[in-house]
Design a protein around this ligand. Sequence first.
Ligand code: G6P
Length: 607
Amino acid sequence: MCGIIGYVGGKKAAPILLKGLQRLEYRGYDSSGIAVLNGSIRVTKTCGKVATLCEKVSENNMPDGVIGIGHTRWATHGAPSDINSHPHLSADGRFCIVHNGIIENFAELKADLTAHGIPFKSETDSEVIAQLVQYLYDGDMISTLRNVMERLSGSYAVGVLCADSPSTLYAIRKDNPLVVGLGQNENFIASDFAAALEHTHNFVQLNDYEIAQLTARAVTFFDRNGKSVEKTPYRVDWDISLAEKGGYPHFMLKEIYEQPKAIKDTVSARIKGDNIVLDRIEFSASNVNSINRINIIGCGSAYHAGIVGKHFIEKYCRISVNCELASEYIYSNPITDNRTLTVVISQSGETADSLAALRLAKKLGSHTIAIVNVLHSAIAREADDVLYTYAGPEIAVATTKGYTTQVAALYLIGLKIAKVKHIISDARYSELLNEIARLPEKVSEILKDTDKIKQYAQSYADHKCVFFIGRGTDYAASLEGALKLKEISYIHAEAYAAGELKHGTISLIENGTVTLALVTQEDLYAKMLSNIKAVQSRGGSVLAISSQKNMQIGKESDGLLAIPDCDDDVTPVLTAVVLQLFAYYIAAKRECDIDKPRNLAKSVTVE
Ligand code: G6P
């Protein structure tokens, strides 16, 4: 996730900015840069590590200015490169910005500004902000920034320098975190406390559509109407090491909590009114009608996301979907031809088996779509089309936000195809679109109160074996739940289709064996209840995960974790969050190395 630091005070800005960027490195990034204002604005930026930036800054003899902005970039629009790195200067060099977030209407803005003769240098969405500030500048930065915010849609935290205001730093934000750090004759902006914590412990939160105006001695806030806003600072007594994980003890927990934003970024940019626009992927009627099979391919959690997608796509598109493990697909003489649509899912975009599968599918004449998180990774580059998940960098080995954003992306693809094929009613289409758009809010609801999940998890921490059961899409979701648990807690965990239990696995149920039963599909409640009873009658105890509308299941089980009510077809995103937390708290109780489980790698680039 990108990081921002900004400084105005009496000291040299460049070293403070560079130190701040080092503090933000934990967020993950692919390039970095700083800008210092001293008469004019000077920018130094580079692809790669902050250490490389430090070398470049000393080679470039950066000016001794006492005001500046810095950025670590995680590429979302435009490959990681020197030019695409931030800060971005306006064409006339008088304005300079750093940006976190996604400007959803950047293409329209860019076309408009280009038509007015403003040249662009980068492929980023962010550069439009610098050019827009220049274009709208009316001599007063506050009114200019208000106008800029009126034009931007999407999410942003932005730091701005203006050569005409050589002692003032500005910031705006919407749906992206930005704090203002209050020091002694110096002030800061930062995407999180970590970047400024060694200078100050006093912070103010910038709210959506607010503008911060910082000089060395004063900070003033304005609302979107230009009215000044009073804010009360608060103290952050964090130790710097905690701050590097944003206050969370592990990256995994931090990333679990980032899911509302990650899902929102992935979904909302693609929902335009009643329409789903999947970037440049063309879903014309003739393309869609020529598809007679969809192969979804991935490894690990990406494969599990594919199984959830299979249920959704088959139900609404009436196209046969095979979900394949990449390592199996490549040696299986697969049925794939030019009427097959191949969807390869990969968080890293570098998994060797998935890449090999993509290449094979292309060779066999299939059109390929990659669902990938890391921009310009191998799979993203080689696929015919790519739909990025905007999860931001994932650092914990066990994927969380990577998985849920993949599922959300598959829902969008499924719904889009169903609509183009005219086999979904308008009412059902709108209902589902609305449910997908509301997933971030429902995930937030789960994250607001996790005590019960934690209590159950801790009470099961000594178990040697945990089973997960479900039917249909709940079975698909339970596969990922079991994987999470075994990956990080080293407890043996297995997921079974609930109806399969009686064909063998039930022999393993004995006194005290724990089974997590996912029961979110209303038409399968009765069947799941029989499976739960079958486990209990052999001495097993059952923790049910169900929606609030099905509280009855709690009475029939030994415990219940409820997810917010939502459409049965999108519950896997919500159950995933509960199961991630369940695995996390068990692993924490067992004092496991949660972010780096033994023998596992984040990205497996060998076959
Ligand atoms: C590794 C990771 C898993 C991940 C799988 C696929 O095994 O530990 O968490 O699901 O690779 O990775 P990808 O980057 O292709 O999604």
